[in-house]
Design a protein around this ligand. Structure first.
Ligand code: PAF
Length: 281
């Protein structure tokens, strides 16, 4: 099947309803474009999990804070289009901001329990924007499955909660983080790193490897885990935005690692803020 590009939300919704009526299942990958191997792995999973794969590309203004990188966010539609086609996508949904947010848009989706820590704490309003756009995309694309990356660990947990609490008729599949050969998690924002920073950015992965080793050797004190993360990052020009140990389900801060925990960190370099995480236990 030749990949179809659809810009209008109404047209995409009409197409989705036609597919559903014909008994064709839909796999969905929401993205903000500037695709890399991580996104392509999600598209392949969508394709394996459903009859057709729909990819959306939409740089969602409402999830960027006033001093964040909305205008500078990398965009390259031609390249993305080719990558989607090659990865086997059947539909590429590429709406404009004005069709997704009408001038008098006034309904928002907020999560109220999992957003107070990690990226939610350092990017106020971010997850309100993410939940709102993903709820809209789910209503438009009406997928059976939505594939999300584990790299955005908090986003994944919040969107699972949204799908549960709003009874969205989609199943979420979580896909593992895809890494560069040196371990750096793939991200569209890696492009902003200077060559020196790119070499240093592997520190996020190194800090994760370090805490995995500590955990394997019996360390259960969250403070020591956080200190270990910080000590690896502090050897570079990166600045720790946060390094936290939280309950893997509730995202509440923990002091002792008794149940599975999420160790998550965000590091600011001159041109990019990078995130990474691991689950221990
Ligand atoms: O993870 C992303 O790229 C975005 O947050 C998403 C899920 C596409 C919503 O804009």
């Amino acid at each position: 099947m030749n990949m179809k590009i659809i810009q209008s939300p109404e047209e995409m919704q009409k197409q989705a309803r036609l597919l559903i009526r014909s008994g064709i299942s839909i796999g969905f990958v929401p993205t903000m474009g500037f695709l890399h191997e991580g996104h392509l792995s999600l598209i392949r999973i969508a394709k394996e999990s459903a009859d057709v794969a729909v990819v959306s590309i939409f740089v969602n203004p409402s999830q960027f804070g006033p001093n964040e990188d909305l205008d500078a966010y990398p965009r390259d539609f031609e390249r993305d289009e080719k990558l989607c086609r090659d990865a086997g996508a059947d539909f590429l949904f590429y709406p404009s901001v004005s069709t997704m947010y009408l001038n008098d848009h006034s309904i928002w989706v907020s999560e109220e329990s999992l957003t107070g820590v990690l990226c939610g704490a350092s990017r106020p309003g971010h997850f309100r924007g993410v939940c709102t756009i993903v709820a809209k995309l789910l209503n438009i694309v009406q997928p059976d499955v939505m594939v999300l990356g584990e790299k955005d660990a908090q986003q994944l947990r919040i969107l699972r909660r949204m799908v549960r609490d709003l009874n969205c008729p989609a199943t979420i599949i979580a896909a593992p983080t895809i890494r560069e050969p040196d371990g750096l998690a793939m991200s569209s924002r890696n492009k902003y790193l200077t060559p020196d920073e790119r070499a240093e950015a592997v520190c996020l992965f190194k800090s994760i490897e370090k805490v995995k080793e500590l955990f394997a050797n019996g360390e259960r004190d969250a403070e020591k885990i956080k200190t270990a993360v910080r000590s690896v990052i502090e050897k570079t020009s990166g600045r720790v935005d946060y390094a936290e140990v939280v309950d893997n389900e509730t995202l509440r801060l923990v002091q002792t690692l008794e149940k599975p925990v999420l160790v998550a960190l965000a590091v600011k370099f001159s041109g990019a803020r990078l995130i990474d995480n691991t689950v221990l236990g």
